[in-house]
Structure formats: C-alpha cells, structure tokens
Design a binder for this molecule. Structure first.
Ligand code: SF4
Length: 504
C-alpha cells in the first residue's frame, strides 16, 4: 500500500494536504529538520499572494531537466498520485526515458525504511557504463517528513548522486524547480572543478571567450545569439539547464552568464561563486538586442567600436523584420515560463498594445531592465501574478487577444475573446535577434483575426455546459432547486452552530 499525501500528518486540518496545504506541510517539514532548505527556497523564490502552486506540480520542472540530460537517471520519491501525474505529463511532453520511483507506506515513511529503500535503489542504478549521474527528488510528503537525501553518498562507482527536495510548498512554480536542479548540478560540478581536472567539452574548448545562456529556449536561439556575439570576438557557451554533465564544466568556464530567463537564482549563485559576471534581459527586438549587446560588451570590457560593429550588423535586419511583420491589436499576456517580459517587449516593438504582463515567477535583478522598459511603455508588470490577477487584467483591459495559461485562455474563449496558450504556442518560438523579430506576428495576427469566429461560437454555445448543465447528460438535466434549498439550510445551520461554538 502506498501512503496518500493526506495521511502524512494526523493533526492537520481535515481538508487534506499536498498541493493545497502549503502552511501545514511547511510546518511539518520544518519540524522534521528541513528548515534550512526551506529558508533557502524562501530567499531564492519569494512566495506570492498564496502558498499553493496554481499551475502544474512544480516538480515537473526539475523532472524535465533531469530527463532531458543524456546519461542521467531520475528517481522520484513521493505519493503515488503525484508520481503518476508527473510521469504522465513527462511522457506527454515526449520524455524518452523511464522515471524511477521508490514507493512507500506509512510504516516505511515513519521508520526511516524509505530512506534505506532510496539508498538501495540508487546503489542499484549507479552503473557508470550507463549513467554519469542519478538525480533523486523528494516530493511534498517525503520533504515534509524530512527524508534526508543529503545523507546519500555523493558518488557511487563514479556515478554522481544528486538529491533535491522539490516541494510544492517551497518552490512556487515549475520554472523555479528547474533552477533547483540546475543549481544543484552546477554546485556539484563547481566542486569537482575545484578538486581537480574535469572532462573537456565534447566539441572541444572554444577559442573565444563564451557567454553561457541561462534558460531553456528555442533550439535556433543560441545559434542566433552566437552569430550576434561573433563580431565582438565572443561565442555562445552552453545553455543551462544542460543536456550533458560535462557541459556544466563548460558553462562554468564562461566569461559571463546571460540570465535570459531571470529566475535562475541558485544557478546564478554558482556562477557568481565561480567569479562570473551576470547580464540580465535578452537580445529581443531592436531596443532589447542593442541594449543587450551593449551590456555584454561592457561586461567583457570590449571597445565600443566593436560593440557598434555587432549592433550595426544586426540592427537593420531586426528593424526590417519588425516592420515587415506588424502586430495590430491590444494583447494581455501572462504565463509561468519566466520569458513573459521578453515576449511582451517583442510584441510592443511589433506594434501591439500590451497593457498587462503577468508572470508567475518572482521579481529579480535580472528582469529589472525589461520591467523598466515595459513600464515606460505604459505596461503594468505583475510579478508572482496569480490566476485572479491575470483574469482581472483580461476583464479590465478587454483585449483583442489574451495570451496566457490554460485557465486564462479558457476563460477568454468562453467570453468570446481570442486566446493563445503561452507555453505551447508562444514560448516555443524563436525570440532572439532578427530570427525572433518576425516570429510572433503570424500566429498572433491569425488569432486576433479569429475574433468574429469566436463571437459566432460563443453565441452558438451560449448557456451550454454552464452551471447546472455542466457535464454530460443523456436527457435534460434533472434540476432540483427544492433539494438545493434544503441543503443550503443545512449548511447555514452548521455554519451558525460552528460560530456559536467558537464564541463559547
Ligand atoms: S508533489 Fe506536486 S502534485 Fe504532489 S502534493 Fe506536492 S505539489 Fe502537489
């Protein structure tokens, strides 16, 4: 029998634990000796207006990062329902690898046998012919119970063992969970570098100083960035999260790291500990690219003439691409990928009016430039935006298009407003330099042009599947307002009794 997350703390309120019980799980984890890691998460990923993840399970972020790395095995330790959901989503998104799972029950959790089972599983997996590293992730319940992954051996037969806690009550978004694993791996790799020689990059060491790139992006974007860096005598380094363990060494060997996605707090800490400079924002649109090239030039101490050469080589092409692919209309934008501000910049430079950008990620030093730029254009920028914030903005600004998360788009479509999913349709496109400049227009303009179709659909489906008629009915819904009134009376009575008891 596997334990359910609801079983973890008998003293907790009856409404259940897990995704929706941040405070109770936090308290349990602190009591179980995990205060240090939770304090670090609180500093790295400040909480927003609520302590419950509003998007998918945050651990999906770190799971995906591990699954995308060559010769890395991933093992989850958590409630069966959480692991089922996580493996389902990872395979839905094309993971071609198995996800390891160490199940548990009330007894193995309480007696510490779960930790022994994890240790056995790790020993079994640590085959140097197959793996460079094994990543073990504690989900909510094992984190709240203090299953001590830090006591795992750091290496078995030359295979690195990386243990991380990724609870939904400490890591607010799946984007930030990517940072938890990326940071843990960079820390490990940095300590290896300090201890002695490490593997060289597979394609050899670059003969030019490199700029490591933080954040998952469209595959062509690093190449575009590399082309823009070349006139300054620089090269694009690896993208972090990396695809292979040895890339971590090459990333740490960079001259400067570009925080393209600004929420990688733990990863940046490791780069800074290695003495590397950090540059925020990204080369998106004309202003963004010119500013970013300037910042990179300054960080490397490159003469202005050489920076100008890079700017002159790409500026006109970006300008032309923006002019050739105009976007007309008012757009509200929200998401949880961390690249929302960059996309908003590009849309504004393409001619769109963007009155609101909400990101589920927290504010950081590395997003300050984008925030300032957007605010100067009259855009409201909301960090740690909740679903309620995003929906209120959509209602207030009545946009021609709402780009957002699934529930935002669902609400927009129900209101007859065209909507586009940020994650699948917007963030999976090139954004950088000339290649990014025209890349959003087609999909955005096509969606805006569909407004009339949306209105027709809204009129056609008006009232269907709403309220009492939601769900699948074979006949007419059997509505019983009399039952409802009796039930409401019972609820009111119970509420009154509870109130009276409180006052005694
Ligand atoms: S591990 Fe994820 S799915 Fe499971 S309770 Fe925590 S946040 Fe929810």
């Amino acid at each position: 029998m596997t334990i359910d997350r609801h079983d973890i703390q008998a003293t907790a309120p009856a409404d259940g634990l897990g995704c929706h019980a941040g405070a109770e799980m936090q308290a349990a984890a602190r009591a179980a000796g995990n205060a240090e890691v939770l304090d670090r998460y609180a500093a790295d990923y400040p909480q927003g207006p609520h302590d419950k993840p509003q998007s998918m399970c945050p651990a999906f972020g770190s799971l995906r990062v591990g699954l995308r790395m060559r010769r890395v095995a991933t093992v989850l330790s958590g409630s069966a329902c959480c692991v089922y959901g996580l493996t389902f989503v990872s395979h839905f998104y094309g993971a071609r690898r198995s996800v390891g799972y160490v199940p548990f029950n009330s007894e193995t959790l309480v007696t510490g046998k779960l930790f022994e089972d994890i240790r056995d599983a790790v020993h079994e997996l640590a085959d140097p012919d197959r793996y460079d590293a094994v990543v073990v992730t504690n989900l909510c319940v094992p984190t709240a119970s203090g299953v001590p992954l830090k006591l795992l051996p750091s290496e078995i037969n030359g295979v690195r063992i990386v243990g991380i806690d990724v609870p939904g009550f400490g890591v607010p978004t799946h984007a930030e969970a990517k940072d938890v694993l990326a940071g843990a791996m960079l820390k490990y790799a940095r300590e290896e570098i300090m201890a002695g020689p490490v593997q060289a990059p597979a394609q050899g060491k670059s003969d030019r100083p490199t700029v490591a790139l933080l954040g998952e992006m469209f595959p062509a974007d690093p190449m575009m960035i590399g082309a823009m860096l070349a006139p300054m005598g620089l090269a694009a380094g690896p993208v972090v999260p990396c695809r292979e363990w040895r890339e971590l060494y090459a990333a740490l060997d960079c001259g400067v790291v570009a925080a393209i996605h600004p929420f990688y707090t733990a990863a940046i800490r490791e780069f800074q500990a290695a003495g590397r400079g950090v540059v925020g924002s990204a080369p998106v649109g004309l202003d963004g690219t010119m500013g970013w090239l300037n910042s990179i030039g300054e960080a490397f101490g490159i003469p202005a003439l050489q920076v100008n050469a890079a700017q002159n080589a790409f500026g006109p092409a970006i300008k032309a691409a923006l002019a050739a692919n105009p976007v007309k209309g008012r757009i509200t934008l929200s998401g949880y990928e961390g690249s929302e501000l960059l996309v908003a910049r590009l849309l504004i430079e393409s001619g769109a009016e963007v009155p609101y950008v909400g990101t589920a990620c927290a504010k950081s030093d590395w997003s300050a430039e984008d925030r300032d730029w957007l605010e100067a254009k009259g855009c409201v920028v909301k960090f740690r935006a909740s679903l309620e914030d995003d929906l209120a903005a959509m209602e207030a600004f009545a946009p021609d298009l709402a780009i957002g998360t699934t529930p935002v788009v669902q609400k927009a479509k129900a209101a007859g407003i065209p909507g586009l999913y940020f994650t699948n349709l917007i963030s999976a496109r090139p954004l950088m330099g000339p290649a990014g400049a025209g890349s959003l227009a087609q999909v955005v303009n096509a969606a805006i042009a569909g407004r009339e179709k949306m209105a027709g659909m809204k009129a056609f489906f008006e009232g269907v599947g709403e309220g009492d008629t939601a769900g699948i009915w074979e006949g007419a819904p059997n509505l019983r307002p009399d039952f409802r009134a009796i039930h409401q009376k019972k609820l009111d009575k119970a509420a009154k009794a509870a109130k009276a008891e409180e006052m005694i």
